[in-house]
Design a protein around this ligand. Structure first.
Ligand SMILES: [Zn+2]
Length: 94
């Protein structure tokens, strides 16, 4: 078992097929601690649609405050699951 010990574990965001390696954009918490994963909110911000990820608790708080439909469309609920190992750095090598 390779347990993350004080390191940030990469997370796979299933719906949008993104891999993120940082925690929640608001509180810094890691997204998913169990293999079944957790809800996560993604927000596309600015003209470049830079994506920020938020944990479920922060996402609920954010969505509770976002009123305008035009703004709401920038937010999407995703599902984050932990990745085992580090496929991005080990693919094709071995
Ligand atoms: Zn958070």
């Amino acid at each position: 078992m390779a347990e993350a010990n004080g390191h940030t574990v990469p997370h796979l965001i299933v719906n949008r097929a993104q891999v993120v390696s940082e925690g929640c954009g608001a509180c810094g918490k890691e997204f998913a601690s169990t293999h079944t994963g957790e809800r996560a909110l993604s927000a596309a911000v600015g003209q470049d649609n830079v994506t920020y990820m938020f944990c479920a608790a922060c996402g609920d708080a954010i969505m509770g405050r976002v009123q305008a439909d035009a703004v709401r469309q920038r937010y999407t609920w995703d599902w984050a699951v932990p990745l085992k190992g580090s496929p991005l750095s080990h693919n094709g090598k071995n």
